[in-house]
Design a protein around this ligand. Structure first.
Ligand code: G3I
Length: 461
């Protein structure tokens, strides 16, 4: 892969936006920008990741977060149903752990989110009086933003309040009316005067009816002195569909006198990912980063997760995923390299690269008294595509294959080789294929001791 030389620091310094005066842009301060965070910091920007607190004990997760990113957004831990599940009872345990960990490492924290129709406890949704809900909303903001006063770089004060070009008919909209958004911003400013206060939404990355409506609201807020400092563009995108007018859209908001942030970037595709889609995704990430860097007030980019392993996408869009910069084994994807390159950094070799042909095999047995089925998933954990494969393994004594699917199995016992079908010969980096067989046995249903894909021994899952 082509690696562009590091741009001159002087050029990067010129790009620091005036709007960032006073906002410390944290490290990691590398002499050569070999990580996303370090490269972004040289432009005076943050490159962050959404983080799930319960994953921080996983060594690879924590390592990639700490190495690559200079900002974090708690993915779920600051949402209303987490911090005030029961009326009047606030629980900051999960969010505090993320915030304190980030601050100890000099990372910028994005607060997410104070007012949102989703992940909202039923007791809030059941409030029928507008004045009561306004009081409850103000109390929530005062409590949460007050708890983190001075510790948050950006707050997503109100999230996803529009549908198309109109206000979403959330409980806040229905009970309080149009004014609830500005009331939320005023309450947030009072609770934490140093945080930059943002409106955040999705499908607003290009110029369209929804971004037009939000643009009109922000212009009105600025004209009337409502305390809004920034607009977040979530950028949950689909491969091949980065809006061509993204830069113009960011710029028109910036021209209103607010910062603009890419807040939840991911670019999804059908899974398992094809090599072509992974390359297209790399080009798409580059476009998004370039759009942001071209706008001096585009001060941060946050990806919505660290690894494809834990992305929200497959749960909501079955059959879609592979949307982030690191694959399910934390290997850097083509999109990682294009992102780093677009930020002006240079990629260092992976300190512990998976060798060419690296693989992982899971083997599940369903047995009965005389037979069993084996379901096998082969994952390509290397950074190179596999084109044509055979999987070698030795069946324990007494096991004989009687039929199989998605591969051919020769011979039927002893040292078996499973060979790809024509349609599943290619396995993209990070991709998987599922195969299996039926067999008879004479009492021993144990799995093979080892598997080798094209001669390379695989990890066992
Ligand atoms: O915590 C429970 C757990 O106890 C339970 O066993 C499990 C079973 O499903 O669910 C867990 O809750 C899940 C929660 O994430 C925490 O993992 C919810 O079901 C699940 O719906 C929730 O999804 C989150 C989603 O917001 C909710 O709308 C995603 O993780 C999170 O990535 C996603 O983030 C949103 C942004 O906040 C706003 N913009 C869109 C973005 C993507 O949807």
């Amino acid at each position: 892969m082509k690696r562009r030389a590091l741009r001159l620091l002087a050029a990067a310094a010129l790009a620091v936006p005036a709007g960032l005066t006073g906002l410390a842009v944290p490290g990691p301060a590398a002499a050569e920008a070999a990580t996303l965070g370090a490269a972004a910091a040289e432009h005076g920007r943050v490159f962050g990741a959404a983080v799930a607190g319960h994953r921080l004990g996983e060594a690879d997760y924590a390592r990639v977060l700490d190495t690559e990113f200079n900002g974090v957004t708690p993915e779920n831990e600051m949402k209303w149903e987490t911090v005030q599940r029961t009326r009047g009872s606030f629980d900051y345990t999960a969010a505090d752990a993320i915030v304190e960990r980030a601050r100890a490492r000099g990372m910028a924290v994005r607060g997410h989110t104070l007012v949102w129709h989703s992940q909202l406890p039923s007791w809030v949704q059941n409030i029928t009086s507008g004045s009561e809900l306004l009081t409850v909303m103000r109390d929530h903001i005062a409590n949460v933003a007050g708890h983190y006063r001075g510790k948050i770089a950006y707050w997503d004060v109100v999230n996803e309040a529009f549908e198309g070009g109109s206000r979403r008919q959330s409980v806040f909209q229905q009970r309080i009316g149009d004014s609830y958004i500005e009331e939320a911003f005023r309450a947030a400013r009072a609770a934490d005067p140093s945080a930059k206060l943002c409106y955040n939404d999705y499908s607003t990355d290009g110029i369209n009816a929804k971004s037009d409506a939000i643009y009109a609201m922000v212009r009105d807020f600025k004209a009337r002195g409502v305390p809004i400092d920034c607009v977040g563009f979530q950028a949950h995108l689909i491969v091949g569909q980065v809006p061509g007018d993204m830069r113009q859209n960011l710029q028109r908001f910036a021209d209103l006198g607010v910062d603009v942030n890419i807040t939840e970037l991911d670019i999804r595709m059908p899974t398992p990912p094809s090599a072509a889609n992974l390359q297209a995704q790399a080009a798409d990430y580059r476009k998004v980063v370039e759009a942001c860097l071209a706008v001096s007030r585009c001060t941060s980019i946050t990806v919505w997760g660290i690894t494809d392993r834990y992305s929200w996408i497959p749960d909501v869009f079955p059959g879609q995923g592979a949307a982030l910069l690191f694959d399910e084994q934390y290997a850097k994807k083509p999109a990682y390299h294009s992102t780093l390159e677009a930020l002006g950094g240079t990629s260092e070799p992976d300190p512990d690269p998976d060798p060419p042909g690296a693989c992982r095999v899971s083997y599940q047995v369903n047995a009965w008294n005389s037979g069993f089925t084996a379901s096998i998933t082969i994952t390509n954990t290397s950074t190179a595509a596999v084109n044509g494969w055979s999987l070698a393994f030795t069946l324990p004594a007494g096991q004989t294959i009687t039929g199989g699917w998605n591969a051919t199995y020769r011979p039927s016992s002893g040292q078996v080789t499973a060979t790809n079908a024509a349609w599943n010969a290619a396995i993209a980096p990070g991709g998987s294929v599922s195969i299996g067989f039926q067999a008879t046995h004479t009492g021993d249903t144990s799995p093979p001791q080892a598997f080798a894909l094209n001669g390379t021994t695989c990890q066992k899952a």
